[in-house]
Design a protein around this ligand. Structure first.
Ligand code: 6R9
Length: 635
């Protein structure tokens, strides 16, 4: 039996049981067999959730880039490591082999060293989805610098807040970025951010859009000429298992951003292990995750997890709607993608368009589909399954968080039977628990509660940069001795988990915290509804009542609004019960979303309770104009 690659359900249960009975020997074996170490660990795990302190593979020495690059050179040096698909379909795709990746990363690492970056220094990366982005993460890791990627769609304020929080010495950026038909002036945004930052000594600028930019003498340098001169080999810095690998700020749908710190060895072992199993990766596969490397999904499942497995990983610079809504499927056909991993928000957007955009392309190379980021509603799940997977590709609904580093709950394709809207079963080594409001664990099946994890897994974030107290308060204080995810979940009759949404957003209905997802799912079943979001608002008599924001499909626009409201409540009554009926329904043109596609319910809640004087941090909001519109027309 191989611990590393699970191939059927029976094997999953065997491996899972073993991983719970003796987590240390389980992870010891995985780490021993599948990675290269400069020195093995003295102890597999040391942990105390009350402090909290978590250490995996203490005493081990390694460099993650040796695992992601060097060790592949002899066996798959000429294999494509990174397949870059540009924004403009007319521009040629780039195939970067493992050998080329090695050279590029080494050169980049030497440039960083030349500019004074040393082990432990923080480097903020504000780059579009071009190869330099993936290469820069690896270059930092090569020399032990701590990278902190800021999604290149964030504003200058969001950028400067993050630079200051981690005290970055350097910023990596580009002249501009292409997104669909738009060109964005990234360097200008960096310049503006840097007026607020003192720690940054140098800025390296990659050339992409060839737009004119201002270069500040002594601070700003073009990357290319430096790379050209750089030496093509760079000895990897030997790191301790627990040395920080990167800081990544959570998307900030609630309050001030938190710089989650991930360490080296545990993160590597867990992302590689889950990548292999969740995507059943095989040597000749071409794997594509559509996320941006600015999110944890991109870190773990575009860069580190795939490369640690010697995979071919696709990086796409553009957007799903350019030059038209068939772009994703055109890419699947062109590169014969085998695993395709995206977010429900993208699926819903594409499902709204004409089906011809999908059927026009040959998607027969696909074997496995994945989703991540928010609960996937039933309608979107079926659309994905029927039209993209043509009913032959299992859908892995992967639940996890920036804080967890890797996937915690997901089906293992071809092993775990899937069920729409269910993330199904925990990964080996992961021990979920559902908790009630009084802090007791709810045992048994067909129950719902707050989702906690009872035992550490290797890639759990170790702290919040500069604020360990906040780390403890946020994740380890709500439930004694457990990591609290902030999500609500239910466990069905066979023990499958369904994530129902953030518990801050939960509205207690008839003693049950149904979560926002199942109610929204019901609303979305109405044929005129494209998308919806519900929040609670104070109600004189009931204490709490439901307010629904509903986006109509084009076909619903001409319908009588009062009738639609009745019908929507009828659908909710049928699916959930009259208790979950909405008191107010507002038809809206869009929903406020973070740039990673998550609904900012905090804002909707404020509008519903007529408390709009201070909307909090909106610097990561994708569509501020929608908020204005919703406020104007609120009920
Ligand atoms: C990986 C990522 C984390 C939050 C998480 C949960 C929601 C993610 C989900 C899901 C239902 C899934 N979430 N995956 N909800 N089903 N498959 O998205 O990290 O950006 O930190 O967000 O996203 O609410 O707590 P992050």
């Amino acid at each position: 039996m191989s611990n590393y690659h699970i191939k059927h359900l029976e094997e999953y249960f065997q491996v899972y049981r073993k991983s719970i009975r003796n987590p240390e020997s389980f992870w010891d074996e995985v780490a021993e067999e599948h990675f290269v170490w400069r020195k093995k660990w003295d102890k597999v795990l040391d942990w105390d959730f009350s402090k909290p302190e978590i250490k995996w593979f203490e005493g081990a020495k390694l460099n993650i880039t040796e695992n992601c690059i060097d060790r592949h050179l002899h066996i798959r040096g000429d294999k494509t490591a990174i397949l870059f698909e540009p924004n403009d379909p007319k521009e040629e795709a780039q195939h970067i082999t493992y050998k080329e990746l090695h050279e590029k990363v080494c050169k980049f690492a030497n440039v960083l060293k030349d500019k004074g970056i040393k082990k432990g220094d923080r480097v903020v990366i504000y780059l579009p989805m071009i190869p330099e982005l993936a290469i820069s993460l690896l270059a930092c890791a090569r020399i032990g610098a701590v990278h902190s990627v800021v999604f290149a769609g964030f504003s200058s304020t969001a950028l400067s807040t993050r630079i200051n929080d981690c005290g970055a010495k350097m910023v990596l950026t580009s002249d501009g970025s292409f997104r669909g038909s738009k060109t964005i002036d990234l360097k200008g945004i960096v310049d503006e951010a840097l007026t607020q930052c003192d720690s940054v000594e140098s800025v390296l600028v990659a050339k992409r859009t060839k737009t004119e930019v201002t270069m500040e003498e002594g601070r700003d340098f073009w990357l290319e000429p430096l790379l050209e001169k750089a030496y093509a080999d760079c000895e990897p810095e030997v790191m301790d298992a627990e040395d920080p690998l990167f800081i990544l700020y959570t998307s900030g749908s609630t309050g001030r951003p938190k710089g989650m710190v991930h360490s080296t060895a545990g993160y590597m072992v867990y992302t590689a292990y889950t990548f292999k199993n969740v995507f059943q990766y095989r040597e000749d596969d071409v794997y594509w995750c559509t996320a941006d490397i600015g999110w944890i999904t991109g870190h773990s499942y575009i860069v580190y997890g795939p490369l640690a497995n010697g995979a071919t990983t696709v990086m796409f610079e553009g957007v799903p709607s350019y030059p038209d809504f068939g772009r994703f499927w055109e890419i699947v056909q062109k590169h014969k993608i085998t695993q395709f991993y995206t977010a429900p928000t993208a699926i819903r957007a594409l499902a709204k368009e004409n089906l011809d955009f999908v059927t026009e392309y040959d998607l027969s190379s696909l074997k496995i589909l994945g989703t991540v980021g928010e609960p996937i509603n039933e309608e979107a799940w079926h659309w994905y399954n029927d039209h993209v997977g043509e009913k032959k590709c299992p859908i892995v609904d992967t639940w996890w968080q920036t804080e967890t580093g890797g996937v915690l709950i997901s089906p293992i394709p071809f092993s775990t039977p899937t069920k729409p809207t269910y993330a199904t079963l925990p990964m080996p080594g992961v021990q979920p628990a559902l908790m009630d409001e009084n802090g007791n664990e709810i045992k048994g099946n067909q129950v719902d509660g707050r989702l906690c994890i009872k035992f550490p897994w290797p890639s759990i974030a170790r702290t919040i940069w500069g604020d360990h107290k906040r780390y403890k308060e946020t994740y380890f204080s709500a439930f004694d001795g457990k990591y609290f995810t902030g999500d609500g979940a239910l466990r069905d009759e066979v023990g499958y988990y369904r994530i129902t949404g953030r518990v801050d957003d939960v509205i207690i209905v008839s003693g049950h915290n149904l979560g926002t997802a199942p109610i929204e799912d019901a609303i979305n079943e109405h044929q005129a509804v494209a998308e919806s979001a519900i929040v609670g608002f104070p109600h004189d008599i009931k204490g709490n009542a439901l307010y629904g924001y509903v986006i109509l499909k084009e076909t619903g626009e001409s319908r009588n609004r009062e009738n639609l409201k009745k019908e929507i409540n009828q659908v909710i009554t049928e699916h959930i019960g009259p208790i979950a009926k909405l008191d107010k329904i507002q038809f809206v043109p869009g929903l406020p979303k973070t740039r990673s596609g998550k609904i900012m319910r905090r804002i909707l809640r404020k509008i519903a309770s007529k408390d709009t004087s201070n909307l909090g941090d909106t610097s990561t909001l994708l569509n501020p104009e929608v908020v204005e519109k919703i406020m104007e027309e609120s009920l």
